[in-house]
Ligand binder design. Structure first.
Ligand SMILES: [Zn+2]
Length: 238
């Protein structure tokens, strides 16, 4: 397969710059804004390491590390993992990926986490290089997320608007039944949005006061949002 990077000299240059420099980029945005997808694109096309607290937690639990045991205890008892543990996890992650550009997907989530994160980066002689908010209006978040469907059998995710299955209600991969998860019902999404606004608005202010926070309209869609992201990263490096 031909690498996408090779076909575009400009992006090639960007990837080259990024791979040579440690860069810490924070992506913020409501659920459904596509920040996870953008972090994946940054990983595939620009060589970033993708940090997502949930994924890294699952990885620790799977590898049975001391932190993994600690996190598992909180998760199985239904308690929130304390910020101190979240910070410990991010610290270990940074130590593991020294010298590589990292994109933080939906982290930090709260001001104490942002402060702890700043101290951790400082300890590694690093800093936050860019904070990008992918914003999306509540109505659009609801439109996008209520269109999600998941396969009961293989868990593959579809979207009635962006990624429909070939046959309505049936999984392309395994023929399983597609259903709407409790998480993706409008009422649940509205509650998640309330929590997001409550936690993230102070965080946006925190980063606006400290750094330059860049905003991208999530309505632009996957490809245009990624173009904007690259432009921001490139400007940040020059
Ligand atoms: Zn399936």
């Amino acid at each position: 397969m031909r690498c996408w990077l090779d076909s575009c000299p400009k992006v090639n240059r960007l990837a080259y710059l990024l791979l040579r420099y440690e860069m810490n980029v924070v992506l913020l945005g409501p659920p459904g804004s596509g920040k996870g997808t953008q972090a994946e694109l940054m990983h595939e096309r620009l060589g970033f390491v993708h940090y997502s607290t949930g994924d890294v937690f699952r990885d620790h639990i799977k590898r049975k590390t001391p932190v993994g045991y600690e996190v598992k205890e909180y998760v199985t008892s239904g308690r929130l993992v304390p910020d101190s543990v979240v910070i410990e996890v991010v610290n270990a992650f940074i130590a593991e990926h020294v010298g590589k550009p990292i994109v933080y997907d939906g982290f930090p989530r709260t001001i104490p986490q942002a402060e702890g994160f700043g101290r951790v980066l400082d300890g590694h002689g690093l800093k936050v290089d860019a904070v990008v908010l992918i914003d999306l209006a509540d109505d659009e978040v609801i439109r996008r997320l209520t269109a999600r469907r998941q396969c009961r059998k293989c868990k593959k995710i579809y979207n009635l608007t962006f990624r429909p299955s070939r046959k309505e209600g049936i999984c392309d991969e395994c023929g399983g039944e597609l259903y709407q998860r409790e998480d993706d019902k409008e009422e649940t999404i509205r509650r998640r949005l309330d929590v997001y606004r409550e936690q993230t608005e102070p965080l946006i202010k925190f980063y606006e006061d400290k750094f330059k926070l860049e905003r991208i309209a999530g309505e632009l869609g996957r490809d245009k949002v990624f173009e904007e992201l690259k432009r921001i990263l490139e400007t940040g490096k020059e």
